[in-house]
Design a protein around this ligand. Structure first.
Ligand code: SIN
Length: 305
């Protein structure tokens, strides 16, 4: 039996397989290195980096929900300088695609971040987070408006020397409008979905459970919503779609690919099973071999609908 070709290409960047560890669930890569060979991944996205370090939101910042999780981290991160000095040397030695997720308070900050990453070795792609529901400035405030999304994208693309993925919010009426706007503004790919805004109430205290009141829902609970949005989006734009939202096993991943995703990201599942991503890769390989699928890329958008 010939081995299936799991390689995919996103904006000219070759990934050895379509499975990427999602931002905010995989630290800066190194944290998972003792658990499996992270070079076996198609890629990894680091926790969102801002110009200055951020403490994030007050605790509690995580609540478990039926089939999912609410987080309100508030983009806590070490900031650009520490990332470049302390994390990039390790990341640049990896043989998997390193994707740097960026977050700015303003369009100017997004552009500055893109400019600051210019010329640094070891980074394959930039992912622009315009979809975090847990911050007041930037984040979802940009990502729910097609014009603002396009302006952020244009600012990043004009300063960056790497292809740009824009990470979209599901908290909109029509995600296709935002996808089309960022494509027109120069995005090389989109990733979706980020979390759905939600909250939890503590009955005893009659107060919100999360320190920031609201949070983003992720995990298997959101998979049908994510799948539908990936399906809709993939049909309406010409750039690759990276699907995510509740993927825990290879079957979920294949559903996203068949619905139109060129690659997938594994997020919340990493917290339940740190080896989830490698198990998904292995499952996809076996599925392709059992079903005589020579190239995983042939499955992208192959849905009969
Ligand atoms: C967070 O740090 O609050 C989560 C990031 C995101 O949802 O984009």
């Amino acid at each position: 039996m010939t081995e299936a070709d799991l390689g995919v290409e996103i904006a000219g960047v070759k990934l050895k397989n379509p499975v990427i560890a999602a931002s905010g669930t995989f630290g800066y890569g190194e944290e998972y290195a003792g658990l499996f060979d992270i070079n076996s991944l198609g890629g990894l996205v680091v926790k969102g980096i801002s110009l200055k370090p951020r403490q994030g939101n007050p605790p509690p910042r995580i609540v478990e929900t039926p089939c999912g999780m609410l987080n309100s981290i508030g983009l806590a991160n070490i900031g650009l300088d520490a990332f470049v000095k302390e994390k990039l040397p390790y990341l640049s030695g990896l043989s998997t695609a390193v994707i740097v997720n960026i977050y700015g308070h303003s369009i100017k900050e997004y552009a500055e971040l893109a400019g600051a990453l210019k010329g640094l070795s070891g980074i394959s792609l930039i992912e622009v987070n315009i979809s975090c529901p847990n911050v007041e400035c930037g984040g979802m405030a940009f990502g729910t408006d097609p014009d603002m999304s396009a302006r952020v994208t244009d600012a990043v693309v004009s300063r960056a020397d790497l292809p740009v993925i824009v990470k979209l919010s599901p908290n909109v009426t029509d995600i296709r409008a935002v996808a089309r706007a960022v494509e027109k503004a120069g995005a090389s790919a989109v990733s979706l979905i980020n979390t759905l805004t939600g909250m939890a109430v503590d009955l005893g205290r009659r107060s919100p459970v999360l320190g920031n009141v609201i949070g983003g829902l992720s995990g298997p609970a959101i998979k049908p919503v994510a799948l539908y949005m990936v399906y809709q989006t993939a049909k309406s734009i010409g750039i690759p779609v990276i699907g995510m939202g509740g993927i825990v096993n290879y079957r979920d991943a294949l559903e996203f690919i068949i619905a139109g995703a060129s690659a997938v990201q594994i997020g919340t599942a990493n917290f339940i099973n740190p080896r989830a991503a490698v198990e998904v890769i292995e499952g996809i390989r076996q599925y392709c071999e059992t079903n005589a699928i020579a190239r995983i890329s042939d499955l992208t958008g192959s849905i009969r609908a």
